[in-house]
Each structure stands twice: as C-alpha cells, then as structure tokens.
Design a protein around this ligand. Sequence first.
Ligand SMILES: O=P(O)(O)OC[C@H]1O[C@](O)(CO)[C@@H](O)[C@@H]1O
Length: 544
Amino acid sequence: MAVNQSPAWQKLSDLAKSGIADKHMQSWFSEDPARADRYAIELDEIFLDYSKNRIDDKVLAGLLDLANQQDLSNWIMRLVTGEIVNDTEQRPALHSALRAVTGSGVTGYAAEVQLDVESQFTKMAQIVNKIRAGHWRGYSGKPITDVVNIGVGGSDLGPLMVTHALQVQQSPVRLHFISSIDGTQTSNLLTTLNQETTLFVLASKSFTTIDTLSNAETAKDWLEERIERSQTLMAQHFIGVSTRPDKMSEWGIPTENQLLFWDWVGGRYSMWSAIGFPIALKVGMKGFFQMLEGANLMDEHFATAPLAQNIPVIMGLVDVWNINFLDIHAKAILPYDARLKYLPSYFEQLVMESNGKSVNRAGEKVSYKTCPILWGEVGPNAQHAFYQLLHQGTQAVMSDFIVPVERDDFEQHSGAEKDASLHKQHHLALANCFAQSRVLMLGDAAIPASLKASYDSPFKHYAGNQPSNTIMLKTLSAKTLGMLVALYEHKTFVESVIWEINPFDQWGVELGKLIAKETYACLAEGVSVDSFDASTQALMKRVK
Ligand SMILES: O=P(O)(O)OC[C@H]1O[C@](O)(CO)[C@@H](O)[C@@H]1O
C-alpha cells in the first residue's frame, strides 16, 4: 500500500481538512501560553524552536504515528549500523561511521570500517601537519603558501562552506576552491598564484568527473610552464582524495599523496572523510575532529532519543506536514551570520540531490509530493532581495532561520570601540532574525497599534501564517557546525523514510553528464549534430 493510502497518512489528511490547515498560528499562541516551551528541543549547544509551525498536539501525534507506521526507528538503526540502505547501488550510507568514536559501541558494518577510517585520518593528519608546519615544499624548495581544492558538488561544497564559516581561525596557508567546468575560476586564480608555492588537491569520489579533471588538466599545464620533471610536479604539487586509487595513480598521483575514502560515503555526505582535507588545513586536525565530535553528538541523539524529542525526527516530520498536508513546496534557508554564506548551497545539494525523486524504493512512481525547492541566502541580505515574496507573494514558503546566540570571533578584532560596535551589529542581526520570523508568522497582527492606520491599505497587507523553525547555536564553532550539518543529514533521511524513497543515489544527474559528452564531441570534434533537436542544432550552429 502506498504511504499516502495508509491509515496514518489518511488521519493526517483528515486533520488538515478539519480546519487546522486554515487556522492562523496567531490563535494557537494566544490559546496556549506554553506553546513556545513545548515546541522546542535543546541538545547541548543547539536549540530548535519549531513552535512557529501550523501544528498542534494532534498533528504531532499523527506525525509520530506516521513515523512508527513507516518503521522509522528501525530505519535509523539500519542506517547507523551500516546495513544496505542505498539499494539501487547496494551500499550502506555510513557517514555516521566517519565520526564515530572508536570503541563507542557502534555495531555491524559501522564497527568493521573503523580501522580503515582511522588509518586514513592518520595519513591525512601527517600531510596536514606537514603543510601547516611549512615542511611540505614545492619544486624549488619553498614552503607551500596556497592550496587549491579542485572538486565539485560534494567534493567542493562542504570544505568551502566550513572553511568560510570558520574563517576566524588563521590558517598558515591560503585556501582556494575551484569547481566550475567553464574555467573562469581557474584562469582568474592562477594569475594570482606562484607555481613554486602552490599545491593542488584533486577531490573526486569517482575521479571521473569531467568538471574536476578538466580543471586539474589546466592546473597541470600551468605547473608544467615551470616544472619540467613530471615526477616532481606530481609528488610536490598534487594530492588526490578519492575512492579510486587506481584512477588517481593513472592520473599520475603517487600513492603517498593519495587519501582514500569508500563507496559507502555518499558525495554529499563526504566532508567528514578525507574530502574534509581543506577543513583540516584551515582549523587543524584538532578542529576537524571537533567538527566530527559535534556530528557524532547529533548521531547519538538521532539514534537514541525518543522520536518525540528527537530534533532531526521532529524537523523532518514537520516538513512532511508542511509539504504533504499544507501544500507548501518551497523552503528557504536563512542564516543570520555571513560566515554561513555557503550553507544554503550546501543544503541545496544535501536535500535536493537526496530527496528530489519521484519513484519509491520499489521503483514505482509516487503520487505525493517529495522534496520541496530549497534555496537560501544570508538572512539580512535576503531581506533586501526575496523576502518580498515571503511576506506578500502567492507562494507558501517554509523557512529555517539559523543564528548563533553569541559571537566569540569579534575579539579577534582589536580595539574595544570596534568590538562594541560589532556586538551591536550582532544584536541587530538577532533582532532582524526574530522580527522576520515573527512577521512571517503573525502577518498584520504584528503591526503595532500606533501604526495600524497607516497600514490600512491592500498594498501593506501581510497574510502571515508562513511556518518557520529557528535554530540557535550557542556560538558558531567547528562543533556546532558539525551538529548542524548532521541534523540536516538526518532530517533529510527521516523525510525519505516517510516518502519511501532512497535518498542516497542520484541517478537524475547521470543522463545530463552522458549527453554533455556526446554534445562535446559534436562541438569540439565536428561530429554531426543532425540527430539533435532543432533548437540544440541551431544553438550549436551559432557557436560553429
Ligand atoms: O566527487 P565526484 O565523484 O567528482 O562527484 C562530484 C559530485 O557529482 C555528483 O555525482 C553529481 O553530479 C555529486 O553527487 C557529487 O558530489
């Protein structure tokens, strides 16, 4: 039976139709003064307020029934112990094993892989420490000053996002990221770098991704302008991170410079593996492990907390309610801290590449909505861009506000006066964050009485009732970032269990890659385009 025909789903559907879907959140708050306390969960340095959602106790009970009906607790166990949960590729999805503490009681395949994980972290630590200490030398004997990560998707976004978020920590080397296939980033960056002191990290799970390999070739050509011996070039200027040692060797990367991970680590779940190499360069292995510890804290919570008190479970279920019963199909990620600039892009891949699917695990087309369109931006900037649509558009949108309570990075900036004005700016950011979620929830009811008359216009009407979560981090640190990302990974898994889809494959992106290859052959090698559609033919003829 499809999940949307099941008793638990039907009950939720009836609840939504019984008036709840049309009820304004404002009335729930006035009816229940304890609502904000009751619909909140705290775990260590992370706090979730989910009270600004169109839910009540009946809805929550119904969602938990749905979770039980879908055997969620069992699925969580299957995930964290390393059973094959990625069935189309016949693999476990063991990102949690990368952050499990050895001997901490993990069982199953998750325990078996621990030695492999440790040995790669040991090798990674040796390389990281050597570079950070200035002992890794380029071809002319000078220490490396610049490290360029070449990767795309999961081999780029995690390290990019985290190193930007933890920017306050001074790295002994400058870090750069190249991802896009078009060559702009590479050509711009290379003009600013010196071959003598630049090291490239080729990060690719498959080591077949054309985007990464083409940028790598350009980097190699640039090094060859100055370095004659290919052996020197490879040994001193390239490190590879992949699941494919054979392909790294074929490309010329010596074994000593190869860091491995495994097919049971999904690309978008891989920043906890050696793919996190740039993160370790930025914050040291200690900082990298603190991020893993934060994620591990969330893993343990996910695996052991009762469903009703389980942050990823509640967030996932409330999203399911919004999507499948309130017809909301867009989600905004709104961090109120510019250090989290790349978090929305990171979550776009994590969530949409995981759950942007329309067939269930049995290969049948589903007849209900799955992943919403997810996008975002640093909140204060988004206020001056797309919040107009959130407040007055015709599109229902759910939002996640993410904000640190304290800024402990400002102390790095000298001068008490500057410090005071930066703290004032932080309070402005907090105030804006709280004000926006309040207006999205209340709508016109947020207008102060003294201003009511001047807002008496259809152009100044705010419907409100747009649901949101607020996630507060004590501070933004390697640990809280680890907790936050693991939270979203698990929340995404919870949704996939309800929708009965496999969140760990990504067949949707494969065909485009194949067709791009064929198209390239036509463009670059003059292969006939006659079999293409008229629009594509016309576009290609213009290029020719
Ligand atoms: O790490 P790789 O194998 O180069 O892949 C990069 C990215 O490409 C994808 O396969 C999608 O094209 C992602 O899932 C992955 O993170």
